[in-house]
Structures are given as structure tokens and as C-alpha cells.
Design a protein around this ligand. Structure first.
Ligand code: IMP
Ligand code: MG
Length: 425
């Protein structure tokens, strides 16, 4: 039987950092399985549970609940980072399966990422410098090293042999990088073979295991990294990541049939942030922006960079809902807006004298868009509210407006980082 209908996908509706980690953790309690389907350690998910803060880059956020975790074929894995992350949780407590098809980030990927950014100068993307783009490039070019290769010493040796010299030449001759003595084929092979030995026991067919779990009516949570507008096709190209964070990509990133997802949970922050370069129509380059950044602790989990901050943008969310097929929205960090006198929500863009309500397909046009705002009264949120009705009337109005404009239910409102600061409606 090929028909299965049980997986939920959690997807970011903006530029990443919507709080997917917290939402995934919240639902992980009721799930049997949590799986990552895209990206690598460019991601940074923060989960706060019972006063303890966890930071995940590669591991699915279900880890904090001790759930069975999967890393799918659509991801890129830096084995050193993964091992460190596993050790920090105590490797014995981790129930993890890694797909043999996942791509491995090699040392040259990080170097190429940084060299390419430097070479772009003012046109840089503002990547996390983790080698994500070069690793996915190798995957598409069919020159990548996969997890199955990493854990088989003989194959790893052959694979590294096949690509080391070329990458070294590119770094040295094209980018004029001084690589030093550490950058040797044997050294890299030695390090990676050792890591392959540590990780070998975690290898398993994620596609098969999750497909079977769905048939067995297990609750499966598919966790996206980054956000819709960092999608390699549908985001603000070229200011995007190199994978597909959108919901449909969960099927390809895990290896599931087209009908395997029955619930799409979109996560949106009550305002907008973006880290790195690229268009940002509602950006606040002002003291107010600084204030929200500070209140929301909007600094990258991965790189520590200050995030750019702006008002909530319904044009982004409307387009994201369409691209992902969002069933319902979890609205996060509304407490961060507490105490502001007035708030704005962007309802439409103005482009060439015309009003538009979806993000232009040609991402270059986004730079030319200006926001059309609606103003809202400020509100106070203490973070102790237990129900939607307990929320400040103005906050309810703010939320109600978003729901109405998007014609999508906001079923969850997050009013703080802790698990219990979550209001379900
Ligand atoms: P890369 O994924 O490192 O290649 O970076 C490409 C773009 O995506 C840059 O603007 C990054 O700042 C952004 N980015 C990558 N991962 C994340 C994330 O997890 N959250 C937010 N932005 C991200
Ligand atoms: Mg993040």
C-alpha cells in the first residue's frame, strides 16, 4: 500500500528563526518520531525546557524530549559538529538514525563558502560560512561524499582521492588561499575516517523507516530548517540558502510518497527578522528596530550575528501559506512586542505604482517594493497568561487581524521561550 496520511511538517514562513525549535519541541512530546529534512549546521534551533536551554544545529529538536530522531537524505552533515552535539547530550541517550544518502560537509566546503563570499564583495549573500552552498553544489554536480561513503573507510579514501586535488587547486589557484600544512589529503582522510567509525552505528534507511512508521500509524513530525524565503527556488534568490525549507521538500528530503503529509504547521514570528543580506521590505533601520532586536534577543544562534528586524509582513506570510499549503499557524514571540506604543503590519506592497499582495516571482523586484502598513495599538504581555482570552485585548486584535487577512487559523501563540509559555486555542 502506497497511501499513507500521518506526518506533520513544521515549516518556517519567513526567513528562518521563527521559533520552529520551540514549536517542534512542543509537539515532539506527542510524537513518536522527529526528523530533519533539509539544511545542515547553518541552522540554529533553541529549545528551552524546564529552565534548561538546548541549542541544536543538526539534531532534530525532538531530542530534548528524548524522541527517536532522524536526519534525512536532504540534509548536509558536518560530522565533527554532529559528534560534538551528540556528546553534549550524552551519546548514549540519543536514539538517532542517519540516512546513508545525506551529504557530508568536507573541510573544503567551508573554505569555498568563505572564499566565494569574499570574492563577491558587496554582493555577498551573508552565508553562515558553514559550507552549506558548496556541499549542495557538489551534491547536484554528483561529486559529493555521502554518509554511506563516510562510514566505509575504503570508499571514503577513494572518494576523497577523487576530489581533494581539484578542490585544493580551486582554493589555492583561483581564490589564492594559503591552506597551510593541515590541509592534506591524508590528514583529512584520517579525521573523517575516525568520525565515520563513531557515526557508523547510526546509519539507517530513513526513508524506509519513516514510511513504515507512518503505515504503523506513528506520529511523525518533519522539522524544516531555515524558512520559506530562504528556499533555493522560491526565496529571495540569490539571497537564499542552498536547500529547500518549504513543506513539499520534506517529502523529497526524507523520501516519502507525495501523500505522506497530512498537516502543515506554519511558524511565523509576530514581527520579521532576517540574518544575512537580501531584500527586506518592512525592515526597521531605527532605534525601534534596535529595541525589538534587544527585547527579542535577535542574535543568530549559529553565528551570533545581529538579526535585521522589521514589522510583520503579511505579503510574505500570504505567499508562504500558498507555497507550503499551511493548515494553521503558530505565532511566536508576540511577547517581544509588549510595551511598544504602536505597531505596524504590512498588508500589501506597492510596486511601480500598483498594489500587490503576493511576493513578486522575480526576486529582484522585491528591492523595489515599499510596504503598505496598517497601524495597531500597543499591548502588554506578561508571559504568564494561560489562555487566549487572558491576553490583552489589543494583542487579540493584532492576532485576529492576521488570521482574517490570511484566512488561516492561528492555533498557537507563544508568549515566551519556555515550553509552558505556549497558548493553544
Ligand atoms: P547558508 O545557508 O549558510 O548558505 O546562508 C545563506 C543565507 O541563509 C544567509 O542569509 C544566512 O544568514 C541564511 N540562513 C541560513 N541558515 C539560517 C537559519 O537557520 N536561520 C536564519 N537564516 C539562515
Ligand atoms: Mg535559527
Amino acid at each position: 500500500m502506497g497511501l499513507c496520511l500521518a506526518a506533520s511538517v513544521i515549516v518556517g514562513l519567513q526567513f528562518g528563526d521563527e521559533g520552529k525549535g520551540k514549536i517542534t519541541d512542543f509537539f515532539a512530546g506527542q510524537s513518536d518520531i522527529v526528523a530533519r529534512y533539509n539544511g545542515g549546521n547553518n541552522a540554529g534551533h533553541t529549545v528551552v525546557a524546564n529552565g534548561k536551554e538546548y541549542k541544536f544545529h543538526l539534531m532534530p529538536s525532538g531530542l530534548a524530549h528524548g524522541k527517536k530522531c532522524f536526519i534525512g537524505a536532504g540534509t548536509v552533515i558536518d560530522p565533527g559538529v554532529l559528534i560534538k552535539e551528540m556528546e553534549s547530550f550524552g551519546k548514549k541517550n540519543i536514539d538517532l538514525v542517519i540516512d546513508p544518502r545525506a551529504q557530508i560537509i568536507m573541510p573544503w566546503h567551508g573554505l569555498l563558502d568563505m572564499a566565494s563570499e569574499k570574492n563577491k564583495g558587496a554582493n555577498k549573500i551573508g552565508t553562515t560560512g558553514r559550507g552549506i552552498g558548496p556541499c549542495y553544489s557538489d551534491c547536484a554536480a554528483r561529486t559529493g561524499i555521502r554518509f554511506a561513503d563516510l562510514i566505509d573507510e575504503k570508499r571514503l579514501h577513494k572518494k576523497i582521492k577523487a576530489c581533494f586535488e581539484l578542490n585544493k587547486k580551486i582554493l589555492e589557484k583561483v581564490y589564492e588561499m594559503d591552506l597551510g600544512n593541515d590541509f592534506s589529503e591524508e590528514k583529512i582522510f584520517g579525521e573523517y575516517a575516525k568520525m565515520g567509525k563513531v557515526l557508523g552505528e547510526f546509519c539507517g534507511d530513513v526513508s524506509l523507516e519513516i514510511s513504515r512508521a507512518i503505515l504503523a500509524k506513528k506520529e511523525v513530525l518533519l522539522e524544516g530548517a531555515q524558512g520559506t524565503f530562504l528556499d533555493n527556488s522560491f526565496g529571495t534568490y540569490p539571497f537564499v540558502t542552498s536547500s529547500h525549507p518549504t513543506a513539499g521538500a520534506a517529502l523529497v528530503g526524507i523520501g516519502l510518497g507525495a501523500k505522506a503529509i497530512d498537516k502543515v504547521i506554519g511558524v511565523a514570528k509576530a514581527y520579521t527578522t532576517r540574518v544575512g543580506e537580501g531584500p527586506f521590505v518592512t525592515e526597521l533601520k531605527s532605534e525601534l528596530g534596535d529595541r525589538i532586536r534587544k527585547q527579542g534577543n535577535e542574535f543568530g544562534t549559529t553565528t551570533g550575528r545581529p538579526r535585521r528586524v522589521g514589522w510583520l509582513d503579511l505579503v510574505l506570510l500570504r505567499t508562504a501559506n500558498r507555497l507550503n499549503g499551511t493548515d494553521k499557524i503558530a505565532l511566536t514571540k508576540i511577547d517581544v512586542l509588549s510595551g511598544l506604543e504602536k505597531l505596524k503590519i504590512c498588508t500589501e506592497y506597492e510596486l511601480g505604482g500598483k498594489k500587490i499582495n503576493e511576493v513578486p516571482a522575480d526576486a529582484e523586484r522585491i528591492f523595489e517594493c515599499s510596504p503598505v502598513f496598517k497601524e495597531f495599538h500597543g499591548f502588554k504581555i506578561s508571559g504568564t497568561e494561560k489562555s487566549f482570552e487572558e491576553l490583552d485585548k489589543n494583542a487579540r486584535e493584532y492576532i485576529g487581524f492576521i488570521e482574517k487577512e490570511l484566512d488561516t487559523k492561528i492555533f498557537l501563540v507563544s508568549i515566551g521561550a519556555e515550553r509552558n509559555q505556549t497558548i493553544l486555542r
